[in-house]
Design a protein around this ligand. Structure first.
Ligand SMILES: Nc1ncnc2c1ncn2[C@@H]1O[C@H](COP(=O)(O)OP(=O)(O)OP(=O)(O)O)[C@@H](O)[C@H]1O
Ligand SMILES: [Mg+2]
Length: 278
């Protein structure tokens, strides 16, 4: 894999967490559309060959809202070779090829990875300038990053996933690539269970020192995220007007105050990533 870890002519943002259902795809598509709306050339890579959430999102978008700008998302194929080593190498080669292809005419590439470990997810982490790990607001999710002592609430030991990120950092350093910035964000925050929330918060504060990650604000639990998927829409699209006039774009749900609050959370999340403004 080491020969695949070489400079990429685009800023690569990878969403990864070995646990499923934490909001990787939701955040990935929202970041993608936000950056596009801000005028950047941005494309996606969907590594979740089974669920294909990111690419299905974009297909829904193009089908139901053809007036919206198109978004390019590649789904690199999976090797059919029998040897596991050879298949792993081919999978990684295919990912690298997709990234090189997109980097020719995009400033940002957003990779959405599945909620499981695989050779190409590891490559996607090693090639990330920015790595984002969303967590649900619970100790079950936190355990994937580090073991929290229930008495002291301190992190006793880092997990396999955190170790994998250390390895990605080492590989980047060996290849003389810029340091990887790792962000951990809490998704689906609720107003319930304030005590649990405070404890997860203080464990994460602690974890960021041990794992050299930055813990940043995330998104609250809101039904709108689930409602937007079938239409291929994001919060960014709500309240948009048609090009050239002030009428709302066709078939878009109405913008409510809850959506405005959600949008602000999204903006705070993106700002915290400190992406290059090139
Ligand atoms: N902030 C949120 N509020 C409410 N629902 C959410 C929120 N974020 C994500 N969801 C919903 O939670 C489910 C899982 O989210 P998502 O698919 O983004 O997670 P994932 O990490 O990509 O999962 P997987 O590991 O299976 O790929 C989806 O139904 C999504 O609509
Ligand atoms: Mg997903």
């Amino acid at each position: 894999m080491t020969d695949l870890i070489r400079p990429l002519a685009a800023h690569c943002i990878t969403f990864a967490n070995e646990k499923g259902g934490t909001g990787k795809s939701t955040l990935a598509v929202h970041l993608l559309i936000s950056l596009q709306a801000a005028g950047y050339r941005v494309a996606g890579v969907d590594l979740d060959f089974r669920q294909r959430t990111l690419s299905r999102y974009v297909e829904n978008r193009q089908q139901h809202h053809p007036h919206l700008p198109t978004v390019e998302v590649l789904v690199p194929g999976l090797s059919e070779l029998e040897s596991r080593t050879a298949a792993a190498e081919e999978d990684q080669d295919l990912l690298r090829q997709s990234l090189d292809q997109l980097a020719q005419n995009h400033q940002f590439i957003i990779i959405d990875s599945p909620g499981s470990d695989s050779p190409r997810s590891r490559l996607a982490m090693s090639l990330a300038n920015t790595l984002v790990t969303p967590l649900n607001d619970s100790f079950v999710d936190l355990d994937l990053l580090g073991r929290v002592n229930p008495e002291s609430n301190k992190v006793d030991k880092l997990s396999f996933f955190s170790e994998t990120i250390w390895q990605a950092r080492q590989q980047r350093a060996l290849a003389k690539l810029p340091a990887l910035e790792w962000f951990v964000t809490r998704n689906r925050l609720t107003q319930l269970d304030a005590r649990n929330k405070r404890r997860v918060n203080s464990a994460l504060e602690e974890l960021q020192k041990r794992a050299a990650c930055r813990y940043i604000s995330g998104l609250s639990e809101r039904v709108i995220y689930r409602e937007l998927f079938p239409q291929g829409l994001t919060l960014v699209d709500l309240g948009q007007t048609r090009q050239g006039d002030q009428r709302p774009a066709k078939n878009l749900p109405k913008l409510t105050t809850s959506h405005l609050a959600a949008r602000q959370e999204l903006r705070n999340f993106i700002q915290a990533l400190e992406l290059p403004q090139n």
